[in-house]
Every structure is written in C-alpha cells, then in structure tokens.
Design a protein around this ligand. Structure first.
Ligand SMILES: Cc1cc2nc3c(=O)[nH]c(=O)nc-3n(C[C@H](O)[C@H](O)[C@H](O)COP(=O)(O)OP(=O)(O)OC[C@H]3O[C@@H](n4cnc5c(N)ncnc54)[C@H](O)[C@@H]3O)c2cc1C
Ligand code: FES
Length: 273
C-alpha cells in the first residue's frame, strides 16, 4: 500500500452529478487491479476529516505503456463528493492504496454478466478490459479469459447513465435500465437479468438492496456470483471496524471487514437480512 500526493490531471462531468477525475499516482497505478479501491482525501483542511473509498475506474498509461495514474468516476452524494468537483488541475489530493482484494477470475468461465446499479458501474470498465484481454493491470500479462460479457446497468433516470460509451467501446453486450423508464428497460436490473440467457458467473456492484436481490436471485438460479460492497468506510485499512458485513460461519455468522476481506465477496458467503 502506498500513500501519494496525487496531482489532478483533469476532471470532467460525464453524466448528471457524475464526474471523471484523472490523478497522477504512478506507484498506486502500477499495482492496482480491477475490484480494488483507493481512499482519497481533499487537499487543504480537515473537513471532511476522513478519506473516502473509490473504486479503480481505469489506469492511465504513458507513451511507453507504463501506468502513471488512475481514473475515478464519482457521484456527488454528500460532503466530500460535493466538494471534489471544485478541485482543479494542478492541485494535489491525498490518496492511499491499492486497498482490498481484486475481483476473482475463473478461467473456465466463458460468459459472465456484470450487474451494476447506481454508481456501481465503476469497477467494471477495468475488469471488462482485463477479462477480454484488452489491458493488463498490476504488472500482470495480457490474457483473454472469456468469450463474452453481458452488462446490465441500472440507474434511477437516463441522465445518470455514466460512461456508456466507455463500456460499449470495449465490446460488452450492454443493457441499460432506468427506474423512471426514461432510457432502456423500465424496471430493475434483476427483472431484466431474469429474461436474459444465463451467464456462467455474475459479478454485481451497487446499492445494498439491489445486491441483496441479486444475491438471492443467484442462489435461486444456482449461478455463482460475487458482489462488490460499497459501504461507508473510515480508515480503509482494517483498523476501525466501521465497514463490517455479516458472513456465514460455523457458529452461525461472523463479521468481516469490507475494506480488507472484500470489497468483493462470494454471494454464497453473505448473511442476507
Ligand atoms: C470499495 C468502495 C468503492 C467505492 N467506489 C465508488 C466509486 O467508484 N464512485 C463513487 O461515486 N462512490 C464510490 N463509493 C462510495 C463512496 O465512497 C461514497 O459515495 C462516498 O464516501 C461519499 O462521501 P461523501 O463525503 O460525499 O458523503 P458523506 O457526506 O460521507 O455521506 C452522505 C450520505 O451518504 C451515506 N453514505 C456515505 N458513503 C456511503 C456509501 N458508500 N454507501 C451508501 N451510503 C453512503 C452517508 O451515510 C450519508 O447519508 C465506493 C465505496 C466503497 C466502499
Ligand atoms: S474501514 Fe476501517 S476497518 Fe474497514
């Protein structure tokens, strides 16, 4: 794990209240893998005092193909994410990572589905590139491990769909859903998922109720499924226990820390309440 003062290269708005920020942080960029995350703290001042976790969206490469930075896509939600859009190129942000465990890869799987809700699409661009052999991460070699990725990406309204062009450009089969019917399928990601041909493995990321519905569906349909949990975190390092999730254990259940044991968990291991 490294801590860097990352210079902001640029940032732009890619959907309603959704921004893409590019950070210069070569040490973290050379190690991070899809599914892992970083903690970020705003420059100058202690409000908010704590850092906030963000998934790797993609790495930035220089002309020689070396990783020199990372991209993050964030939704304006509360204190920090409302202040972040005002940070301009040239300013520095405190960032530490890579944190957590990457998405597990199963080389025997030929067709996987990504199921994303809200801002939960962010870990899937890099993961899609990795699985399709388009880009390598963390010093690994390029390796195409499957034939097809279907992605179901749901938001409350069409204006919140962020990075659709990025996902389409890597050759995913993409279906969008909206709660208000303004774009794509009118309804929930899990409703659409039920109508599609079954993939060999599901990976999900999004709000807790959506992930619970997805995990239950995966168990009913007997489809292996991993989900990336986006709980609030205070340290990101396994120290504060502010990020625990209930998992099945021999004696009923136990707590796991999402920041160090996750953020990606097997759906089968979670206690769904
Ligand atoms: C591993 C991981 C990866 C993440 N990746 C991304 C990402 O790529 N892009 C992105 O936009 N967000 C991501 N998040 C969520 C992001 O960390 C929160 O949106 C951010 O912390 C909000 O900070 P804030 O100061 O703006 O809001 P705050 O002022 O801290 O909170 C505002 C409100 O949101 C609630 N809240 C805070 N954090 C969360 C959360 N994680 N889930 C649900 N409710 C929350 C608070 O309880 C409060 O009600 C990720 C979270 C995790 C754990
Ligand atoms: S955020 Fe502190 S233990 Fe996970």
């Amino acid at each position: 794990m490294f801590q860097e003062n990352a210079e902001v290269v640029d940032q732009c708005t890619i959907a309603s209240k959704t921004h893409l920020i590019r950070l210069n942080c070569p040490k973290i960029a050379s190690l991070i893998r899809p599914g892992q995350f970083v903690m970020i703290k705003l420059p100058g001042g202690n409000d908010p005092l704590l850092g906030r976790p963000f998934a790797l969206y993609d790495t930035i490469l220089d002309d020689q193909g070396e990783s020199i930075g990372i991209e993050i896509v964030y939704l304006e939600l509360g204190k920090m994410t409302s202040l972040l859009p005002a940070v301009v190129p040239g300013q520095s942000i405190e960032i530490w990572g890579p944190l957590g465990k990457p998405f597990p890869i199963f080389s025997e799987k030929k067709h996987v589905a990504f199921i994303a809700g809200g801002i939960g699409q962010t870990p899937f661009l890099a993961f899609g590139k990795q699985l399709l052999g388009i880009k390598a991460y963390g010093g690994d070699s390029l390796k195409k491990t499957l034939e097809k990725i279907t992605m179901i990406y749901g938001v409350r309204s069409g204006s919140f769909l962020a990075g659709v062009d990025h996902f389409e450009s890597i050759g995913l089969e993409l279906f969008c859903t909206t709660d208000d019917g303004s774009r794509g399928f009118h309804g929930r990601v899990t409703e659409l998922l039920k109508t599609l041909p079954k993939a060999d493995h599901w990976y999900g990321c999004g709000p807790e109720p959506m992930l619970h519905a997805l995990c239950k569906l995966a168990l009913e349909e007997n489809i292996p499924c991993h989900v990336s949990l986006e709980s609030p975190m205070a340290c990101g390092l396994g120290i504060c226990f502010s990020c625990v999730v209930k998992v099945k254990a021999e004696q009923g259940w136990d707590y796991k820390r999402i920041c160090v044991d996750g953020p990606v968990f097997n759906a089968d291991a979670l206690v769904l309440e």
